[in-house]
Design a protein around this ligand. Structure first.
Ligand code: MRU
Length: 344
């Protein structure tokens, strides 16, 4: 059965706890929005589209339990709590904006109607994400043509989305189209999304995968063992600059040096036209302990200064194309990107 990161089930939200993969497959049940917000903060669920879906379901869940007379105040509190969970992936804010629009437009129909509509909207966001990934997968499979040895970074798979994946969606679509495809996956220090999650879901789907530590990329490219790079994105600015997991920028520079195409696969919900360039995208700074410790054990001298930005910006000049569910966007991005986005 396909990987199920998140589901709406009987007025509860169920999430696969990604912190425990690949060693344990534990599904957690959330009965209130505070729990969903905490799960996003703690990385039970992660990946831009997946946290958008989780936030939408969090609103729907929170709304279900609000009493009529406090509805407006409480719903505001729910939005505010979910907005403050993680700052970089725009999908979270995009999903909350969609939920807010339903709330504002349908409020006059009464609390019970709004509760039902918020639930339907969250489920719609979930379903649309899977459909978008399948569609962008098809576009990507065509674009990548005969490339067969593909490098990816972090996890942009079924686990990071409502299902199927973005970068890994393209790989899945290539396989479904009968192409021979082999994935090289970076381990992705410090949270190890590549080693723990990408390797896990590809193995589950019987897609050949070889794991690299992040510092091996230059060597492997120099040896001619990579045909193309494909990654997901947390936010794409109006000029085509791309925020993605820390380390993505270095890979893009190496890809340029070795004349390899560097593709970004993302639904249009990841495009943020309000950010004119990558410089305006907020970069999450994460706990130093993720770098200084491995599985609870210190690996650095105590008190050493540590940097831990969660994401970096790959400038648009290094991006060959952005693969979306509406089609493939090619340079010049500043000119072409707007035609693919219909949200403000
Ligand atoms: O910190 P994470 O694990 O949420 O970061 C995830 C990534 O950077 C992914 O590459 C990105 O969200 C795209 S997921 C389809």
């Amino acid at each position: 059965m396909a990987v199920r990161t998140i589901q709406w089930n009987n007025n509860h939200v169920v999430m696969l706890d990604q912190r425990l993969l690949p060693n344990k497959e534990i599904y957690r049940v959330y009965r209130d929005y505070e729990g969903v917000a905490q799960a996003i903060r703690d990385m039970v669920i992660r990946g831009a589209p997946a946290i958008g879906v989780a936030a939408a379901m969090g609103v729907a869940l929170g709304a279900l339990w609000v009493k009529g007379k406090n509805f407006d105040r409480e719903i505001e509190r729910i939005f505010r709590t979910l907005e403050r969970t993680r700052p970089t992936a725009v999908n979270l804010f995009w999903a909350l904006e969609r939920m807010r629009r339903i709330y504002i437009e349908k409020r006059s129909h009464g609390v019970d109607v709004v509760k039902q509509l918020l639930k339907s909207e969250a489920i719609k966001i979930y379903q649309e994400d899977i459909a978008a990934n399948r569609q962008l997968g098809k576009f990507g499979a065509k674009l990548l043509g005969s490339s067969s040895r593909i490098l990816t970074h972090c996890n942009a798979g079924a686990l990071a989305t409502a299902g199927y994946g973005t970068a890994l969606g393209v790989i899945r679509a290539m396989k479904e189209a009968g192409k021979n495809v082999e994935v090289l996956a970076n381990e992705t220090r410090p949270f190890l999304q590549g080693a723990r999650l990408t390797a896990w879901e590809l193995k589950k789907d019987k897609i050949p995968v070889t794991l690299l530590t992040d510092n091996m990329v230059g060597y492997v490219m120099q040896k001619g063992r990579i045909d193309a790079v494909i990654v997901g994105s947390d936010r794409i600015a109006a000029n085509g600059d791309v925020a993605n997991k820390i380390g993505t920028y270095s890979i893009a520079v190496l890809a340029r040096r070795h004349n390899l195409p560097f593709y970004v696969a993302a639904p249009t919900s990841s495009i943020d036209l309000k950010c004119l360039s990558g410089a305006e995208i907020p970069i999450e700074q994460r706990d130093a302990r993720e770098v200084s410790h491995i599985f609870g054990r210190a690996i650095t001298p105590r008190g050493v200064r540590i940097l831990n930005p969660g994401f970096d910006i790959t400038t648009h000049d290094l991006v060959s194309a952005i693969i979306t569910e509406k089609g493939v966007i090619t340079p010049p991005f500043a000119q072409n990107i707007r035609a693919y986005v219909n949200h403000p």
